[in-house]
Design a protein. Structure first.
Length: 205
């Protein structure tokens, strides 16, 4: 009987050791998977500074939501890459990521570029044009240098952010879209609001 009890105790000890080893391997495997996921989630972003880690932590927090996000930073700091990371981690990742550089488009053409136009809406409009908001339907629209959108166009932008609807230039027919908007700027929107160059309600839309 004593030998049987010893054998049983040794067997139980062996099982306990195996269980501890299995749990340890599972923990290590989970940690490794998280590291691999992080590499692929932010494959375009290189760096390990505390500031960058804080930014990427915020990316993980806001990505699952459908809320509008404003990304601020100096030119050349990778605002578009942050926007792409938010898109890739979000629920719209399987749909389009459409980019518009608001500073690179002549003011007279920006409304048409964003919202589209109908044939004959203005001189040279020989065909109907679908705007970027429609192209980004179900996906994400990235408005780079959003501070460059002229004041007279901002009410239309506010409406599409709040109501998800707009009219193409030269049309009275309402278009409805399902778009998440990510915006970026290197300007101080607070200062622009104070100077009456940017609508205050757009900063909280």
């Amino acid at each position: 009987m004593t030998e049987q009890r010893l054998a049983r105790a040794e067997l139980e000890s062996a099982f306990e050791s195996i269980k501890r080893l299995k749990d340890r391997l599972q923990d290590e495997n989970l940690e490794l998977r998280e590291q691999i996921d992080q590499v692929f989630m932010f494959e375009e972003i290189v760096g390990s500074s505390p500031a960058l880690k804080a930014v990427l932590k915020n990316v993980r927090i806001v990505a699952p939501a459908n809320s509008t996000v404003l990304i601020q930073g100096e030119t050349g700091t990778g605002k578009e890459m942050i926007a792409r990371a938010i898109h890739k981690l979000g629920p719209r990742k399987d749909h389009a990521f459409v980019k518009v550089n608001c500073a690179a488009i002549p003011l007279g053409l920006l409304e048409s570029e964003l919202f589209g136009h109908e044939r004959g809406a203005f001189t040279g409009a020989i065909a109907q044009k679908v705007g970027r908001f429609e192209l980004a339907h179900k996906g994400t629209l990235f408005l780079d240098e959003v501070g460059d959108i002229p004041l007279e166009l901002q009410p239309k932008l506010l409406r599409v952010l709040q109501e998800q609807e707009f009219e193409r230039l030269g049309s009275t027919r309402t278009q409805r879209v399902d778009v998440r908007v990510l915006a970026a700027t290197n300007a101080s929107l607070t200062q622009m609001v104070a100077e009456k160059k940017f609508r205050s309600d757009l900063t909280i839309a």
